[in-house]
Design a protein around this ligand. Structure first.
Ligand code: FEO
Length: 173
């Protein structure tokens, strides 16, 4: 079992991952309405990946004999001025998630809970990737600026992103 404190903190992280999923689902719907199916697809894949992150944590708590407690998910925005703005918000959001993961990792280290620390390492690495991806989208979109053809081309490109389910059955993979 993990300690009661860590159980509460991991449950908070589950909520944060579902909150991330909800934000990206909202972005996906927004861009679908705006006639940008590729951006909508990209955020829909992101939405599914965040659900996997939540599942990974849930399955870890279950495997350890702890309790999963799902809480209400915070409200998210439903519109963004531009695709660039949406990715800026994404980067800010991922930075918040990174700091939550770091807090959790440091808590598990303080408790000498090596299994939890090890499980969280996957999330530490994932966050590096998440921030890097959002930053590279921002860089690309800043280069494109107001160029409609550039946005059209990027939309086509992002439409190709596919979802690969994450193995979430064990906390250690
Ligand atoms: Fe689950 Fe985007 O971090």
């Amino acid at each position: 079992m993990v300690s009661k404190e860590l159980e509460t903190a991991i449950n908070r992280q589950i909520n944060a991952e579902l909150w991330s999923a909800y934000l990206y689902l909202s972005m996906s719907v927004h861009f679908a309405h705006k006639g940008l199916p590729g951006f909508a697809n990209w955020f829909k894949v992101q939405f599914k990946e965040e659900q996997d992150h939540a599942h990974k944590l849930m399955n870890y708590l279950i495997a350890k004999g702890n309790k999963v407690e799902l809480q209400p998910i915070a409200k998210v925005d439903t519109a963004w001025d531009s695709v660039l703005k949406a990715f800026e918000v994404t980067l800010e959001h991922e930075r918040v998630v990174t700091s939550l993961i770091n807090d959790l990792a440091s808590m598990s280290r303080k408790e000498n809970d090596f299994a939890t620390e090890n499980m969280l390492q996957w999330f530490v690495n994932e966050q590096v990737e998440e921030e890097e991806t959002a930053q590279s989208m921002i860089d690309g979109l800043r280069l494109i600026g107001d160029n409609g053809f550039g946005i059209y081309t990027m939309d086509k490109e992002l439409g190709k992103r596919t979802y690969t389910p994450l193995a979430t059955t064990s906390g250690a993979e």
